[in-house]
Design a binder for this molecule. Structure first.
Ligand code: FAD
Length: 336
């Protein structure tokens, strides 16, 4: 649109502030949004920029207030029934319009199904590029965003810089940063932006919603993760998970066998989790698995091989057959 974006090169000095997309569903904010807000606070302070939260949806007063309490200097709110239920076209178009008008320097979006779905609709019209699935963020000596992500099957960590384009955009893996607690002070401002989309403009329509496995292991406080050692029998691990009130997760080997849904895979090509408790059941502890769980607070490993690498990364190790250890532990816990 016009000369400004010819070759995607813009006057970078016109762009300022660090933006974080606040993703909510039925008033519940995804924790990745709070993780990003905490990390972006550091980036904004380093750059001398404002930290701006952006929320799109319907009935967002409470969400906006929470964003202020968690450190945003300003919250931009696009509040309208057209955004419920979620569809990529109204979200993408609204986000694009706000970016074009207000010119943020950095835009960070959680790498969730929703974030990944619409982020490209913002990046492409802005000729901005989009670094996907980022696991580390920083600022270089020239004030450029350093977005780092595993590349070539996890063998290198690539740093992506966006020198001549704005905004500098990235989707970030849930679970890699720590959310900050709300400080209870909401002294920033809430700005209602103009809603630029109407239902008639939208090409998509939600006819029916079928809810499948909704568990989000990145939100779980306790996880029982199963590996190839379970040999297709989830029951012992389920007993333990029930006793602990934990979610089931899995290694890639267990997912590849079809024993557990792919949405529950932990690791480099799965999710990153940081629960209070992570119990690894029949998991050897390959580096690609460890990458997704090594920020857990307490790790317990159950494995019948005393030399399994997972024990080097566990706070408590149980060398035993999982088919005995899991029911025994569950029984003990039920009695507590
Ligand atoms: P195994 O390595 O086969 O280990 C099974 C364990 O169970 C063994 O330690 C064994 O001693 C134990 N065991 C067996 N029977 C019992 C029993 N009765 N009681 C107790 N213990 C028992 N892996 C991931 O998990 N997540 C990823 O995201 C991921 N991404 C990858 C990306 C790339 C590019 C590559 C190359 C690999 C990736 N992998 C990933 C695969 C990874 O390298 C391992 O192959 C995988 O993690 C092994 O899964 P596992 O530990 O369940 O199985």
């Amino acid at each position: 649109d016009g000369e400004e974006h010819e070759n995607g090169v813009v006057d970078v000095d016109e762009y300022e502030d660090v933006w974080v997309f606040i993703e909510e569903h039925d008033g519940e904010v995804m924790s990745v949004s709070w993780e990003l807000l905490a990390e972006a606070r550091t980036l904004a302070d380093e750059l001398g920029d404002d930290l701006v939260a952006l929320a799109i949806g319907e009935g967002l007063d409470d969400v906006a207030e929470q964003a202020l309490e968690r450190g945003a200097d300003r919250v931009l709110v696009a509040d309208d029934p057209v955004f419920e239920p979620y569809r990529a076209d109204p979200y993408g178009e609204q986000f694009r319009a706000i970016v074009e008008e207000r010119k943020p320097s950095i835009v960070l979006i959680g790498g969730t199904h929703t974030g990944r779905d619409f982020a490209g609709r913002v990046a492409v019209p802005a000729h901005a590029g989009l670094t996907a699935d980022v696991t580390e963020l920083g600022v270089d000596e020239d004030g450029l965003l350093e977005a780092r992500r595993p590349a070539f099957g996890g063998n290198v960590l690539a740093t992506i810089l966006c020198e001549e384009h704005r905004p500098q955009m990235a989707t970030i893996r849930p679970g890699v940063f720590e959310a900050a607690d709300p400080d209870g002070e909401a002294d920033g401002e809430i700005v209602e932006v103009d809603v630029v989309v109407e239902d008639d403009d939208c090409v998509s329509e939600v006819l029916e919603r079928e809810v499948g496995d909704t568990a989000d292991i990145t939100e779980a406080d306790r996880i029982v993760a199963v590996g190839h050692g379970i040999d297709g029998d989830l029951e012992p691990a389920r007993q333990l998970a029930d006793a602990l009130d934990a979610e089931i997760a899995a290694s890639r080997a267990a997912v590849d066998e079809g024993w557990v849904d792919g949405a529950r895979q932990v690791g480099q090509t799965g999710k990153t989790v940081r629960p209070e408790l992570y119990v690894a059941v029949g998991i050897s502890g390959a580096v690609q698995h460890l990458e997704g769980m090594n920020k857990s607070e307490t790790v317990v490993a159950i494995n019948n091989d005393p030399n399994a690498p997972i024990f080097e990364h566990a706070d408590y190790g149980i060398v035993a057959d999982l088919f005995d250890a899991c029911p025994d532990l569950a029984e003990e816990l039920e009695g507590v």
